[in-house]
Design a protein around this ligand. Structure first.
Ligand code: 8X3
Length: 254
């Protein structure tokens, strides 16, 4: 708790998409949000926007894969109420036979090691709050595979297992571990990053889908999960658009 008693929520990958929307939503729910991401300009602008709206936010540029930087960041906090591990993403959609090992490595670094770094570093402060919550954004890709899912599916399975294992290991301590697994979410960057700026390929992901989830839909889900009473642990919440029955069964309008 801060001097004023406002619980802190740290959000990684807060520069865009689900992370930015979650920062806004948790700030509106009464948390003092700490926005982290590599892109300083973006998180500073978002923190300013949140503060102008009468809520509380600060920006802290951070690469979650840089363990020394993460450890330095962690020294700033005595107690933290919520950590949302959102930083991550996909690179490529190649078959296993031809996928680039460097893409696989990078996805493991950001989605798994990044989450591990921040969670390990902030766990003492989460526990010190007496009522901490760790949220791990996995994906439906962490629960079922699909052709071309490759390294992303493997990495998100890693994130899921991290959440499940941590929950087992810290039971009895005052920290909840919540896994949120979104399906198709249309954000400004996810698919474009995956296809390295190829707008046409990125657009195909959502082609004909009347209403993919928005970043706000997922942010509301996260906010709901973390604002349940302390004894209620949402182990896993899978959230998809109505048009998506599975990773591969998607209703597309002609
Ligand atoms: C994103 C869902 O279907 O692109 O996490 O793997 S999918």
């Amino acid at each position: 708790m801060t001097a004023a008693g406002t619980p802190i929520a740290v959000v990684t990958g807060a520069s865009s998409g689900i992370g930015a929307a979650t920062a806004r939503a948790l700030a509106a729910a009464g948390y003092r949000v700490v926005l982290t991401a590599r892109r300083k300009d973006r998180i500073e602008a978002l923190a300013a926007e949140i503060n102008e709206a009468g809520h509380q936010a600060t920006a802290y540029p951070l690469d979650v894969t840089d363990r020394a930087a993460v450890d330095e960041f962690a020294t700033a906090f005595r107690t933290i109420g919520v950590l949302v591990n959102n930083a991550g993403g996909a690179l490529g959609a190649d078959p296993v036979a031809t996928g680039d090992p460097e893409d696989w490595r990078q996805m493991y670094e950001t989605n798994v090691i990044g989450t591990l770094n921040v969670t390990q570093a902030l766990l003492p402060a989460l526990e010190a709050s007496g009522d901490g919550t760790v949220v791990i954004l996995s994906s439906t890709a962490g629960h079922a595979t699909y052709e071309g899912g490759g390294g992303y599916v493997a990495a998100k399975n890693g994130a899921r297992v991290l959440a499940e294992t941590l929950r087992l290991e810290i039971v009895g301590r005052p920290v909840r571990v919540v896994e949120i697994a979104p399906g198709m979410v249309k954000t400004e960057e996810f698919a474009t990053t995956r296809f390295r700026g190829d707008a046409e390929k990125a657009a195909k992901v959502y082609a004909g889908v009347a209403e993919p989830l928005s970043a706000d839909d997922v942010a509301e889900t996260i906010t709901w999960a973390v604002t349940r009473p302390s004894h209620v642990n949402i182990d896993l919440l899978v959230v998809r658009p109505r048009a998506q029955a599975s990773n591969t069964k998607i209703h597309r309008e002609p």
